[in-house]
Every structure is written in C-alpha cells, then in structure tokens.
Unconditional design. Sequence first.
Length: 165
Amino acid sequence: MFVKNEDIKVFSNKELWVRYLEFLVLSKLIDNHEINLDSIDEVYKKRQFLFTREKSWIYAVKYLFSNNLKLKNTNTSICIASEFDTKPDMCEIPPKLVSSINQVPTRRMNIDRGISNPLEEISIQHIHNFQIKLTNNQTILDGLNIDDLEERVRSEAKYTFEKNS
C-alpha cells in the first residue's frame, strides 16, 4: 500500500483512507462485483493502490518498482495517491517518462512473473485522474438519466484505468 517504508503513523492519515476508499469504489465500478476481504487479492492483480507522503506524486515513481507489486496481468494500472499532492495537473505518466524517472534496473524490479516489460505494460497514474476525466466530460453527463449516467461513469472508469486492455 505504501510506495516506500512509511512510519506506522501514516495509518492514521485521513487522505490515505479517503483515497483508498475511492480506489475500492473505482474497482467496484470497473469489475462490477462486490469487493470484500476475500476478493481484494483479485483486484490487486489488475490494479494496485499505492500511497506516498512525497510532495509530488511523480517523485514516488522512482521507488515504485522496488516494491513488491503483485501484478500478474499485463496492461495493469497503478493508482498513486499522495498526502500532499491531492489534485495534480499531470495525472498520467507516459511510459517513456517512466523509464527516465525509474531508477531500478528491470532485472531488479520486484514484480511477479507474467509482465515482461513493466515500463510499457503498467499504467501509472494519480487517483485524481478519474475525477479530471469526469469533470472534463461534465457537459455530456448533464443530460443523462440515472441509468445512462451510471453506465457512463462505469465506462469512464474502465477507460481511465484499463486503457491498454
């Protein structure tokens, strides 16, 4: 859950739990099934939530690949939330930029087998990215009935966090 070794005090951080709840809601929208303690490992194989106390969420990327990322599928997403950088202007990191930020050689990355090129197959973005996408499409959402609105929000969540699928 944490990008690097954090002090245990971070568990009382309000921003951590607000963003983790947001991550779970987005995962429920995307997967369209209940999320509980038994199914959380399945969610983490498709997308992962990481929290950082860095001033900029982008600084967390250099520590990211040394974590044990239990991602087993290609085209997965890592959603990063930050205590201080809650609404960044840039919410997605293109693969070419990831390779220049990343300081861990591919052979030393702590990622389960199944992902051959993590720098290209893993989407790294800030959890705020979904909110920005919805805000940018607000005029489209205004005229929808509740069923169409729910489907549109679900579709936007899938597009945002499963772009490569």
